[in-house]
Design a protein around this ligand. Structure first.
Ligand SMILES: [Zn+2]
Length: 71
């Protein structure tokens, strides 16, 4: 099983998934084909995938911060 990190195109949150074909966001319920998503990270090891999410968390906060000010 491969653990993949993708960014939801709807709510911009990072989601870890093992799905091959259909992505469903656990936060907003957005559904999209995996082939149309940009996989930011993939690994057979879920611990490595989680570590990647942790290391990128700062980016997510920055994006949210920017959205607040632009809108
Ligand atoms: Zn979402």
């Amino acid at each position: 099983m491969i653990y993949k990190i993708v960014r939801c195109p709807h709510c911009k949150k990072m989601v870890m998934t093992t799905s091959e074909k259909i992505f469903k966001c656990m936060f907003c319920g957005h559904i999209k084909k995996m082939e149309n998503l940009n996989v930011e990270y993939s690994s057979m090891d879920p611990t490595l995938a989680r570590n990647f999410m942790k290391s990128r968390k700062r980016d997510i906060h920055f994006e949210k911060f920017d959205d607040v000010w632009i809108n």
